[in-house]
Design a binder for this molecule. Structure first.
Ligand SMILES: [Zn+2]
Length: 228
């Protein structure tokens, strides 16, 4: 299969924005959820418009909030929308084999996973591997914005965590790094507001150029991620 020539990252983003606008306005059309779409994607294979890293939180179901259906989104759902080894493996598959042009790491308001890390709640053994991935974002916010507390602190950490996970991805996955460098993949952040139902599009990582082109220097300057 060649590159996903039928869809550009621009088209994919437009599709997500339009779907979310329908969701917010209450005019969901539930497209691509019928028998015809099922059979079409079964016979011709999948060609999803975007890869989405989303929290497992039951209040943020991607197909509903973007009004999409079968074969539209390649979704990785994990508490705290982290990018660890398993998540990166799924992402690399979609980039290499499905040629998906857009990757969105989407955080959300009132995230329990982020709150647990901020509040230093006792966590289980395996949740700890998730917490370790979120921790650098929390430390960064506490260091740079020491006046924040309570819900404000959690929200700020959730937003910073989106950048943290994109950073993990670009630093640790050469597949993703190459795809972005050679412009067949765009990686952006997003933030979903539980109450309003809308998505704030955060754009590319502010240090994407550094992450791609001055990797060694960047790693030295920001060597805060545990286990890396
Ligand atoms: Zn969450």
């Amino acid at each position: 299969m060649g590159r996903n020539s039928s869809t550009s990252s621009h088209d994919s983003l437009a599709m997500l924005k339009e779907g979310n606008a329908r969701f917010v306005s209450g005019r969901i059309d539930g497209r691509n959820r019928d028998r015809a779409r099922r059979l079409e994607t079964c016979e011709h294979g999948q060609s999803p418009a975007a890869i989405l890293v989303s929290c497992s939180d039951s209040r943020v179901p991607p197909e509903i909030i973007f009004d999409t259906g079968i074969g539209d989104l390649f979704i990785i759902r994990v508490a705290g929308n982290i990018c660890g080894p398993s998540e990166m493996g799924s992402i690399e598959y979609a980039v290499e084999h499905l040629r998906v042009p857009l990757l969105v790491v989407k955080g959300h308001s009132k995230c329990g996973a982020i709150r647990a890390v901020v509040k230093q709640e006792p966590v289980t053994r395996h949740f700890n591997s998730i917490a370790q991935r979120i921790m650098p974002a929390v430390k960064k916010v506490i260091d740079t914005k020491p006046s924040l507390s309570g819900d404000e602190l959690v929200e700020e950490c959730s937003k910073e965590n989106v950048w943290q996970q994109i950073e993990n991805l670009l630093l640790e996955s050469s597949t993703v790094r190459n795809a972005v460098t050679y412009s067949y993949l765009e990686v952006i952040g997003a933030y979903y507001d539980l109450e309003r139902g809308d998505v704030n599009w955060m754009g590319k990582h502010p240090n994407e150029y550094l992450l791609l082109n001055a990797l060694a220097d960047f790693k030295r300057e920001t060597a805060t991620s545990p286990g890396t």
